[in-house]
Design a protein around this ligand. Structure first.
Ligand code: ATP
Length: 299
């Protein structure tokens, strides 16, 4: 019996880890428990590695035909640039990311990567080109090293350490008694939100994707942590095409373009100071957040 038990137990471990890996992405996309039916086209092509520009053209989308979510969204992220999307809760920001990752297909218009409609690409090659830094990263009950290396399991020790350095985890690791071997996750050392986000960035850097989706945490942060996250975002986005789903406007000030979504429509777009000069919806959001932050600092 014990001979049977060991492989079964092993399979159980693998199954749990796979579930957890999927959970990371599913959690970000709010897909837990949902059924997906996206299939590759019979003549689907492989997206070649290298810089990738992203374009949404007149995208219409609804999860349920009776309730349209996106209306004619045009969005262009030239290779290597950063576009940030802001807007009230429920305006459709995360939906844009889910469509780019092709968890769903658009119902009108198209999404193109380097000019090719993503419905004509293999899902594997599309998803290999996209790295995600989710709001809330799930850590495996394993070593810190394993948790970073998971971004690319065939990476060498030197590559994993370089990614950790680039994500500014080095000092943190140096302070841990067991360094990279420290067990983290539910049953190990609990990491703070900022530390977890740095692990997610290290994973993404290790995967070295052409496209990065950065889903900023919604929770309120003190201004020092906020500045640190802004720095990390810029570092992770360096040389990549980045779609940032932003909840705090201070982290999008340097984006090449800011898109303001309202009920699935783009109502304003431009750079930070251009938008402020316009004195419209973005300015209102900005003033409101300044007030909220001032209150939070006083508290
Ligand atoms: P937040 O800032 O709160 O994360 P968001 O702007 O990212 O919000 P989305 O998650 O894109 O908003 O959701 C847009 C709309 O689509 C919401 O009204 C939401 O209720 C709806 N929605 C999201 N996911 C689904 C789904 N799987 N099925 C049906 N409706 C959904």
């Amino acid at each position: 019996l014990i001979q049977l038990y060991i492989p079964l137990n092993f399979l159980g471990v693998i199954y749990r880890e796979l579930r957890q890996a999927l959970t990371d992405i599913e959690r970000m996309f709010g897909l837990l428990g949902q059924h997906r039916e996206i299939a590759d086209a019979s003549d689907a092509r492989v997206l070649p590695p290298g810089p990738a520009g992203v374009r949404f053209e007149a995208v219409d989308f609804a999860y349920d035909a009776r309730r349209p979510i996106l209306h004619g969204v045009d969005l262009d992220i030239p290779a290597g640039r950063t576009v940030a999307v802001v807007g009230h809760s429920g305006s459709g920001k995360s939906t844009l990311a889910r469509l780019l990752y092709r968890f769903y297909d658009v119902q009108g218009g198209s999404i193109r990567v380097n000019g090719t409609d993503i419905r004509q690409l293999t899902q594997d090659s599309l998803r290999a080109a996209i790295g995600i830094v989710p709001q809330d990263t799930v850590l495996f009950n394993d070593s810190l090293y394993y948790n970073i290396a998971y971004g690319r399991p065939d990476a060498s020790r030197a590559e994993v350490e370089a990614a950790a350095r680039a994500a500014q985890l080095e000092d943190f690791v140096a302070r841990l008694p067991e360094g990279y071997d420290t067990r983290v996750g539910e049953r190990g050392l609990k990491l703070s939100g900022g530390e977890k986000q740095r692990v997610a960035i290290a994973r993404a850097l290790l995967k070295n994707p052409a496209i990065l989706i950065f889903d900023e945490a919604t929770s309120a942060l003190d201004s020092r942590t906020e500045k640190a996250i802004q720095g990390q975002l810029e570092l992770a986005a360096e040389g990549r095409t980045a779609l940032v789903i932003a909840h705090r406007l201070s982290t999008v000030m340097n984006a090449d373009e800011i898109i303001v979504l309202d009920q699935g429509r783009i109502i304003e777009r431009g750079r930070h100071f251009d938008l402020l000069a316009r004195d419209g919806a973005y300015t209102q959001m900005w003033l409101l957040q300044q007030q909220e932050e001032a209150l939070a600092e006083q508290a």
